[in-house]
Design a protein around this ligand. Structure first.
Ligand SMILES: [Fe+2]
Ligand SMILES: [Fe+2]
Length: 339
């Protein structure tokens, strides 16, 4: 790669700038332009974000040289297309740790990681499981949670939507548990069912997503989805456990099938008892809070409001980092420009 351009990350890319970066190739699609010329459509990511890129020259030759889920070195011009930044890629090469660490490459640069300490989060999971006395629930959690510790510590909670980081799955469970334990007390619910339901509600995601480095949907994930996959995992685990109470089994399975709340959100059932309803709302709350935080953090310019191009479809308030400046006045013009 050209050496005189310093390495940068997606978050800092500015329109019209020529940039050089190590990125993860998330997707590549060889397509044809209207005049029948091949081009490559790629999705690239690093710790700081995700960006679309186009390769207009030698697309057919380049396509087999780069591998989905693997890191690449990219030199590109940042352009703007329909209000979004996009890369016009001039050069893209496969890279590896062995040959490129001396040239500034590291996995740390490209894999998004939860800011939280995963060991501390895991201890919270263990403490929550300690609150459970029911031996059947404990046996189930041993099989599906404790035995999957290594995977859970690194897994994301989604592809892009929320907690899409290494350790995001764990963070999502802990945030829900923290609220759920208090809520169960307040609403006088079955706390053990709430704890187990939270821990298991997204368990299907362990197989729905391939995890890092590439973090893609698996074939099973695309065909079945985490609701059905999680249901199957719990069903299989319960049928291997002796004398698991029928009603408890049905309630846990119902929590998995109803946690997304509505048919449109791929839940085949709507919550039919309070613990299931609570878990649905906690899931929704935690996902939305993370999505809003991410949408605000990923906006690059200095204005006080984000663009409307986010899940919530409204400009989100983004206070200035530098509180000493009277920035309200200064940024009024930025807001006006965007709307
Ligand atoms: Fe889910
Ligand atoms: Fe969830």
């Amino acid at each position: 790669m050209k050496k005189n351009i310093p390495l940068s990350t997606i978050r800092s890319f500015k329109t019209n700038q020529e940039v050089r970066a190590y990125l993860l190739l998330k997707e590549k699609h060889l397509k044809l332009t209207r005049d029948g010329k091949p081009y490559l459509d790629v999705i690239l990511s690093d710790r700081s974000g995700t960006i679309i890129g186009k390769i207009w020259e030698y697309a057919g030759e380049i396509e087999p040289m780069i591998e989905t889920g693997a890191p690449v070195g990219v030199r590109a011009i940042v352009e703007e297309y329909r209000g979004n930044r996009q890369l016009n890629i001039k050069r893209i090469v496969p890279v590896n740790e062995e040959d490129f660490s001396s040239k500034g490459f590291s996995w740390e640069l490209i894999l998004p990681k939860s800011e939280k300490n995963s060991e501390k989060l895991w201890r919270f999971i263990e403490k929550s499981i300690d609150k459970v006395n029911n031996p059947h629930i404990l046996a189930l959690l041993q099989l599906l949670i404790i035995n999957n510790q290594d995977k859970i510590l690194k897994h994301p909670a989604s592809l892009r939507l929320h907690h899409a980081t290494m350790g995001g799955f764990l963070e999502h469970m802990v945030y829900m548990l923290n609220l759920g334990i208090h809520a169960a007390k307040q609403y006088k619910l079955d706390q053990e069912l709430v704890i187990a339901g939270i821990l298991l509600h997204d368990i299907g995601k362990l197989d729905e997503l391939s995890g890092y480095p590439n973090n893609l949907y698996t074939d099973e994930g695309n065909f079945l989805g985490h609701v059905v996959m999680g249901y199957n995992m719990v069903d299989k685990a319960i049928s291997g456990l002796q004398d698991f109470p029928d009603e408890l089994a049905l309630k846990l399975k119902h929590i998995l099938l109803s946690h997304q709340g509505t048919y449109e959100n791929q839940s085949p059932k709507k919550p039919v008892f309070p613990e299931a309803l609570l878990i649905h709302y906690l899931d929704e709350l935690d996902a939305r809070m993370d999505m809003m935080k991410t949408a605000i953090n990923q906006e690059l310019d200095d204005g006080e409001w984000t663009s409307v191009k986010n899940y919530f479809r409204v400009p989100l308030y983004k206070p200035q980092k530098d509180t000493n400046e009277h920035s309200a006045k200064k940024d009024k013009t930025n807001t006006e420009k965007k709307s």
